[in-house]
Ligand binder design. Structure first.
Ligand SMILES: [Zn+2]
Length: 123
């Protein structure tokens, strides 16, 4: 389970931070999930609830924001969001590795990470 192992890592880092600050309780966590991680936010929330049960994080609110992918063109140095194509099978826009301006190949410079933005705790 992709979401399960990622959420375990997230919960561990929050727990370390809370211990370091001698927190009594964690009340709210803000998370940014890059769109290229292909993590399902609902699954992450589910695992978060399971993994924080009986810890000082139990019952805390998890806010998940989607981080947009970002690319850089190697040819015209365009920087910004992906060029999307409509997937004919799934009918959802799929990101491509093509420059929206000149159609050359681009490199991915953002959207691959899962970042903890903030942790609210009672100390
Ligand atoms: Zn380009």
């Amino acid at each position: 389970m992709h979401e399960g192992s990622i959420t375990t890592q997230i919960v561990e880092s929050i727990s370390r931070e809370a211990t370091r600050r001698k927190a009594k309780k964690v009340t709210e966590v803000k998370l940014t999930i890059g769109e290229l991680t292909f993590l399902n936010p609902e699954q992450v929330k589910f695992w978060y609830e399971v993994l924080t049960k009986d810890t000082i994080m139990a019952g805390s609110k998890l806010i998940v924001e989607e981080g947009k992918g970002k690319v850089r063109c190697l040819k015209c140095s365009y920087e910004g969001s992906f060029k999307y194509i409509e997937d004919t099978v799934l009918y959802t826009p799929m990101p491509t590795l093509q420059c929206p301006k000149c159609n050359s190949s681009v490199e991915i410079i953002g959207g691959k990470d899962c970042v903890i933005r903030s942790i609210k705790m009672i100390i």
